[in-house]
Design a protein around this ligand. Sequence first.
Ligand SMILES: [Fe+2]
Ligand SMILES: [Fe+2]
Length: 428
Amino acid sequence: MTLNPASQRVESGSRQAHDDAETCTKILEVMEKLSQVKDVHALLAEVLLQARRLTRADAGSIYLIENNVLNFSYIHNDTLFGASGVNRYLYANHTLAIDNHSLSGYVALTGKPLLLDDAYHLPPGMPFDFNDSFDRRSGYRTQSILAVPLVTSRNKTVGVMQIINPLNDDRQPSAFTPGDLLLLKHFADNAAAAIERAMMTREIIMRMIQMCELRDPKETGLHANRVGAFAAEVYHQWSFKQGIADDEIKRNKDSLRIAAMLHDLGKVAISDLILRKPDKLNAEEFRIMQYHTIHGARLFRNQESDLDMLSAEIALNHHEKWDGTGYPGKIDDIYQDQPRLGQGKQGEEIPIAARIVALADIYDALMSRRVYKGAWSEATTLNYIQNQSGKLFDPAVVDAFLAIYDVITAIRDKYQEEAVSPGREASP
Ligand SMILES: [Fe+2]
Ligand SMILES: [Fe+2]
């Protein structure tokens, strides 16, 4: 059969148009998904996942610009740590200057995307070197790299996304194509707006926490960041063990991280004399202090979103204990004037999110130095947590926490306090 070259062109042209339309539909669907994500970390996970799906990339990472440097913010690598699950690399802590010394720095500086067939054989004249330290540490072999700036519609560069090693049908690394570059650039332009929105939400939340910190110096932004990240990862592990569907885990984890950060917001309604008292609270002061849980829950009264509901649930229940000895207990109506504190909730009467935040909050408080106590050592703290499994803490939550302890440590390293002289270790 002879082929008519003209009709072949028309056919391949219409196939191209069909492929383009399909890609546009895919991107629109993805954007709709992204618009529902609230937490910036959950959003970066989704952006990277979708970018990799569009190009079949094995790995990738995102850097966000904060304080004029590129902050390492997210990483995926299917070969090294699987498509999902909890891993400590997510909390690696490093920054790059926005300059010619690194590939991402160059992309952020120039605003130009980059496509490299083989990172180890750069074309001559490239103004930067490939940094192979991750490959050397992990044994991974980076080959083809596609890096694009994340630029909003107002022309503001918010970060850089790079994806690595597209896999062919035999799941072997191949090279990205100019078509992949166009696709990723289009996707990145759309994703940048969603990332900027999530960064703004995060800033507003951090400001709320700073307001709280002005009242109670113990409730620092770093403490909130740590408790939020601990809670999100412990939930991930716990829900994975429970066999909860991936999509539901992702959705809940997104809200949980923010809601957990706001656990002590109700302290803004407690008097300075109590919040800043350096000594132990007396019985009446402690009774008043317990109301910070109720004040916190009331702040989310409108409960217009899942996030509001979860924030209220955590604020109200984060001091309940598995064995029923916590507070504020069962209360008919938290909105009445001065409600009476009730009988402590017990076991699964306490919502799972609050059971997780309770452990995350106490772990962080014990490991931190406070006016009235030095930081406990790690061994003492872990011993205490294990001893309290089934008493103060839900045993399944303790198990999940210990199973991902390398991630917990990485979170502590990422959000660590300024160096202080070590405090004395208090006894439990
Ligand atoms: Fe609290
Ligand atoms: Fe706290």
